[in-house]
Design a protein around this ligand. Structure first.
Ligand SMILES: *Cc1c(COP(=O)(O)O)cnc(C)c1O
Ligand SMILES: [Zn+2]
Length: 501
């Protein structure tokens, strides 16, 4: 739709110009720092930071009902910069000019309702929000679009040049970083560090295909993270891990979209996310808090964070009901099929602690919950979901298992609706499905395949056939017709099909 066709009362608000004041705020000492420099941790105390818009821009521009109208009309615009996460420009990076925004098709991922069979099995009404349908096939694209658009604005202003973008990754961060960096060919190169043998071949192929320098490091993700942190503290590089507050900011779009897709009515809604480095759950809570503050939504949805029993530091922390007695202890992770969330010492833990407290307080009750699920439940749930028309990854299986656990604990009532996060595409993690189907999980996973969920290709060579087509050597004439007919009959026999009358 053309701007001139928009209602006159909102026409001036539909296309945003750069505005507002943004600062990094330290979650520990509370000091604030300007954004002209890329900072990852507080220069004063070393803690993680969050970005804040300090001029109250959104509230000054419009009230809640007006914002709803503006955002819904932005859906109809055909301006690339406003087609992705920057539909919510004022709530993400209002200082970023639209000319700097990199849009590669991220965000606005489908919300797909589970069929009645799956809802019955789960005991709750729910939708998958398929973040695997982002360009690099995971939600990390949201944060990368935000971080790289901001870096692009610094390059365009001339404050930064010759940037090396680096990250440590369980696979998906590096895929997203390499993709977005490769789009920005002027002045930016990317390098990624991966734990050797701990990412899937599909995930490895992504940064390689996008031309990033890929380093495989012995150890697990937490070890790679330490190397990258050291690198960024001593060399001039742009760190693209979720320590980078611009990443968290972009990922808030997930919540804005849920609000918009449910007509801003968040009463009786539950949002379920897997937790690894805990950046995503931080972003999801923060997004809803911002929309509440702007009057766009009136209720905060219930949040459920899910961890595997093989990588559960956040779950353990919140097991202690007494806030004063809670103490964070990193855990040593064990192998997990939810490999993208296999993290023992989450970088964003201070953010989680901070935002959970605010979220519960503004909800007027405890409204954030944490579930622990087994590796078996994760795998079984993923396979069951995909047998019912979904494209869930193993982390999507983890959220479904978490939803079922929450139902079992009586945390979800029959009038509630859940939106559960499938954070990546099933294809990225198809190796685990293969391992399940072939019954070859190493014992440390503790997974025994359920025969009812196993599937395998069957060879079909019809009895009585002696000649078969091969590539470069097709069958012809009577031999080909015989091959086609007898093969069809053999399939019909195996499937017990009845003949047409
Ligand atoms: C990164 C990632 C996670 C974990 O998200 P955090 O922000 O680290 O908690 C979960 N699933 C997938 C597919 C991921 O790539
Ligand atoms: Zn500080």
């Amino acid at each position: 739709m053309k701007l001139t066709d928009f209602p006159s009362d909102i026409r001036d608000l539909v296309i945003p110009a750069p505005a507002g004041e943004m600062l990094y705020r330290c979650l520990d000492c509370g000091n604030e720092h300007g954004i002209n420099e890329l900072l990852y941790v507080c220069p004063d105390c070393g803690s993680v930071m969050m970005l804040h818009e300090t001029s109250n821009l959104a509230a000054k521009k419009a009230d809640g009902p007006t914002w709803r109208k503006v955002l819904d009309h932005r859906r109809m615009l055909n301006i690339p910069a406003l087609k992705g996460i920057y539909r919510y420009h004022e709530f993400l990076g209002p200082v970023v000019p639209l000319e700097s925004v990199i849009y590669l098709g991220e965000g606005h991922t489908p919300v797909v309702e589970a069929n009645s069979r799956l809802q019955e099995l789960t005991g709750a009404r729910f939708f998958f929000k398929n973040d695997g349908q982002n360009p690099s096939a995971s939600f990390k694209d949201r944060g990368m679009a935000s971080a790289l658009s901001y870096i692009n604005s610094l390059i365009q202003k001339g404050t930064m040049k010759e940037i090396l973008a680096v990250c440590a990754s369980t696979g998906d961060t590096s895929a997203a970083a390499a993709l977005y960096a490769s789009y920005l060919t002027e002045g930016i190169k990317s390098a990624v560090l991966l734990p050797q043998g701990k990412v899937t071949p599909q995930q490895l192929s992504q940064p390689l295909g996008n031309g990033a320098k890929v380093f495989e490091i012995p150890g697990v993700f937490d070890d790679c993270m330490k190397v990258v942190e050291n690198l960024s503290s001593r060399y001039d590089v742009a760190l693209l891990n979720s320590k980078n507050a611009w990443r968290i900011l972009g990922q808030e779009s997930y919540s804005f979209e849920i609000a918009q897709d449910f007509d801003y009515d968040m009463a009786n809604m539950v949002v379920v996310v897997p937790i690894g480095n805990a950046g995503n759950i931080t972003a999801v809570m923060n997004g809803f808090l911002k929309f509440l503050d702007a009057g766009i939504i009136e209720t905060l949805p219930k949040i459920i964070g899910v961890q595997s029993h093989h990588a559960n530091p956040v779950y353990r922390y919140y097991l202690e009901p007494d806030t004063a007695k809670r103490e964070f202890k990193p855990v040593t992770v064990k192998p997990s099929v939810a490999q993208a969330a296999m993290i023992g010492n989450p970088v964003s833990m201070p953010r989680v602690i901070n935002v959970v407290e605010t979220y519960n307080r503004l909800s007027g009750q405890k409204n954030v919950f944490f579930m622990e699920v087994t590796e078996q439940a994760i795998m079984d749930s993923e396979l069951i979901a995909n047998r019912n028309g979904h494209i869930a990854c193993t982390q999507g299986g983890e959220t479904l298992a978490g939803l079922m656990e929450a139902v079992k604990q009586g945390l979800i009532s029959s009038d509630e609706t859940a939106v559960i996060d499938s954070t990546a595409h099933a294809l990225k993690f198809s190796g685990f499905q293969e391992t399940y189907f072939t019954g070859t999980f190493p014992p440390e996973f503790g997974i025994t395949p359920n025969p009812e969920l196993i599937n395998a290709p069957e060879e079909l060579k019809a009895e009585g056939l002696t000649e078969f087509p091969a590539s470069g050597a097709p069958l012809t004439g009577e031999a080909f017709e015989r091959f086609v007919r007898l093969s069809a009959d053999a399939i019909a026999a195996r499937l017990n099909l009845s003949r047409q009358t």
